[in-house]
Design a binder for this molecule. Structure first.
Ligand code: HEC
Ligand code: HEC
Length: 267
C-alpha cells in the first residue's frame, strides 16, 4: 500500500516537472514569436492596402501613387515623406495625416487639380471601413524608404498581365481593373460607389444623348466625362469634375477601344 502511494507520488512529481519544463520552453520562445506575428500582421495590412489602392486610388494618383499631372498629386515622392507635413502645418503623424485625408476627402480642393479628393471613410458617408483606411495608409507608408532613397522597389500592385493575342474585350476588362474604374463604379452588376454602376450601360447608352450611338456615348463618357454629366449617382446628383478627364491622354488607343467594347457587353 505504502509502495503504491510512493509510485503515485513519483508519478505526479514527474508529470508536474514535465509540465513546467514545457511551460518554460514555450515561454522562452514567446518574446521572439510576438514581433514575428506583428510583422506578419503588418505585412498583411500592406497587402490589403495594395488591393484597396489598386481598386480605388490609381485612377487619380497613378499606378505607383506617383500622381497624374493636373488630376491628383504624387503621394510617393521624397517631399511627401519629408516636408509635406511642415508645408501644410500639420502637427500629427504622417499616418494620421493620410488617414484623415482619405477619411474626409478634400471637398474644397486647392484648385490645382481637375479632380476632387473624394470622401472615402464610412463615417463621412464614403465606402471604406476604418480597417481599410488603416490598410491603405500602411500601403502608402510602405513607399517611404524607397521614395526617400530615390528608388522604387517598394511593394506595388501588379498590373494584370495580358496575353499578346488578347481580344479587345479582354483588354477592356483588364483596363477596367487596372485603372481603378471599379473604385468609383463598382464591379458591373454590383453597386456604384462614387459614380453610377455600369451594369446595363450597353442598353441605356444609345438613348442617353440624342444623336449619339451607344458606342459614341460610352467613348465620350470616358474621354470627356463633363460633356454630359449623368444625373443620378449613388450618393445623390452626380458632380461634374469627379471622374478624371485624362483617360483620353493616358490610355493607349487599343486600351480605350477595349474599354468601349467591354462596356458594350454590359447589357
Ligand atoms: C477623384 C480623384 C481621386 C481619387 C480617386 C483619390 N484621390 Fe487622393 N487626392 C486627389 C486630389 C485632387 C488630391 C489633392 C487635393 C487638394 O489638395 O487639392 C488628393 C490628395 C490625397 C492625399 C493628400 C496628399 C497631400 O500631399 O496633401 C492623400 C494621402 C490621398 N489623396 C490618398 C488617396 C487614397 C488613399 C485614395 C484611394 C482610397 C485616393 N486618394 C483617391 C484626388 C483623388
Ligand atoms: C473618381 C471616380 C471615377 C473614376 C475613377 C472613374 N469614373 Fe466614370 N464616372 C464617375 C462619375 C461621378 C460619373 C457620373 C458623372 C459624369 O457623367 O461625369 C461617371 C460616369 C461614367 C460613365 C457614364 C455612365 C452612365 O451611366 O452613363 C462611364 C461610361 C464611365 N464613367 C466610365 C468610366 C471608366 C471606363 C473608368 C475607368 C477608366 C471610369 N469611369 C473611372 C466617376 C469616376
Amino acid at each position: 500500500m505504502n509502495n503504491m502511494m510512493n509510485k503515485i507520488t513519483v508519478g505526479i512529481v514527474v508529470l508536474l516537472l514535465t509540465a513546467s519544463i514545457f511551460v518554460l520552453f514555450v515561454a522562452r520562445d514567446e518574446p521572439a514569436r510576438l514581433p514575428a506575428e506583428e510583422a506578419n500582421f503588418a505585412g498583411r495590412s500592406v497587402e490589403n492596402g495594395a488591393l484597396i489602392f489598386e481598386a480605388n486610388c490609381v485612377g487619380c494618383h497613378g499606378v505607383q501613387g506617383k500622381g497624374i499631372p493636373g488630376v491628383a498629386p504624387s503621394i510617393n515622392s521624397p517631399e511627401f515623406f519629408t516636408t509635406r507635413l511642415q508645408e501644410v502645418g500639420y502637427v500629427g503623424s504622417l499616418r494620421s495625416f493620410i488617414e484623415g485625408t482619405v477619411n474626409a476627402g478634400r471637398p474644397v480642393g486647392s484648385g490645382e487639380y481637375s479632380a476632387k479628393m473624394a470622401t472615402w471613410g464610412q463615417e463621412y458617408g464614403g465606402p471604406l471601413r476604418p480597417d481599410q483606411i488603416h490598410d491603405v495608409a500602411s500601403f502608402i507608408l510602405n513607399w517611404e524608404a524607397t521614395a526617400v532613397a530615390g528608388e522604387s522597389t517598394a511593394a506595388q500592385p501588379t498590373p494584370t498581365p495580358l496575353a499578346s493575342d488578347a481580344s479587345p474585350i479582354e483588354i477592356g476588362t483588364a483596363v477596367y481593373t487596372a485603372q481603378g474604374c471599379a473604385g468609383c463604379h463598382g464591379e458591373p452588376g454590383g453597386a456604384g460607389l462614387v459614380g453610377p454602376n455600369l451594369g446595363g450601360i450597353a442598353t441605356r447608352a444609345g438613348s442617353t444623348v440624342p444623336g449619339l450611338s451607344a458606342e459614341e456615348y460610352i467613348q465620350q463618357s470616358i474621354v470627356q466625362p463633363n460633356a454630359y454629366v449623368v444625373p443620378e449617382c449613388p450618393n445623390g446628383p452626380c458632380a461634374p469634375n469627379l471622374m478624371p478627364a485624362t483617360y483620353g491622354q493616358t490610355l493607349a488607343p487599343a486600351e480605350l477601344d477595349g474599354l468601349v467594347q467591354y462596356l458594350l457587353t454590359l447589357e
